[in-house]
Design a protein. Structure first.
Length: 162
């Protein structure tokens, strides 16, 4: 289990460091030690990783729960396929990879459907997994909704050049 968790620690903080820089997480979460280690985020991951081990879950269950969490956060950028033309048409106009709205919507729907099927297969026989994942999703959505105002105000400051 330790080697599985150590492998995860090598990459798990990258996206969260960017999220902290953009204002989605508190700036303190992006604190880096003198050795270049994101110590606050790694401490959080260490604690979260220790809980299933201390509660006696086996490696398969821990792995499936971790995969399930990644299924949730990967769905957000995929879902952006539905919104990109409305929210950022200039990005689509400037993109080297162009796709019309209807094929993009179809591809996005297929991708989201595939991830939903993977979630069903992943959690099918883990006790209380769906309740945990739904609870996690609700917490993430509420947090994002509450934090959005701060992120927008930060982007306005950055966008104005001040």
């Amino acid at each position: 289990m330790a080697s599985t968790l150590n492998a995860t620690f090598t990459w798990c903080t990258k996206g969260l460091l960017i999220a902290a820089e953009e204002g989605w997480l508190p700036q303190k979460a992006a604190s880096i030690s003198k050795f270049g280690t994101p110590w606050v985020l790694l401490t959080v991951f260490y604690i979260v990783g220790a809980i299933p081990i201390l509660t006696g879950l086996d490696i398969e269950t821990i792995s499936r729960l971790g995969n399930g969490l990644s299924l949730i956060y990967v769905m957000f950028p995929i879902f952006a396929g539905y919104l990109i033309y409305k929210k950022n048409p200039q990005a689509m106009a400037n993109s080297t990879f162009k796709m019309k709205r209807v094929p993009l919507a179809i591809l996005t729907t297929v991708a989201l459907g595939s991830y939903a099927m993977a979630a069903v297969l992943n959690f099918g026989d883990i006790q209380n997994a769906w309740q945990m994942m739904i609870g996690y999703l609700v917490i993430v959505l509420v947090y994002a909704f509450l934090r959005q105002k701060k992120v927008k105000s930060m982007s306005n400051i950055v966008g104005s050049g001040t």
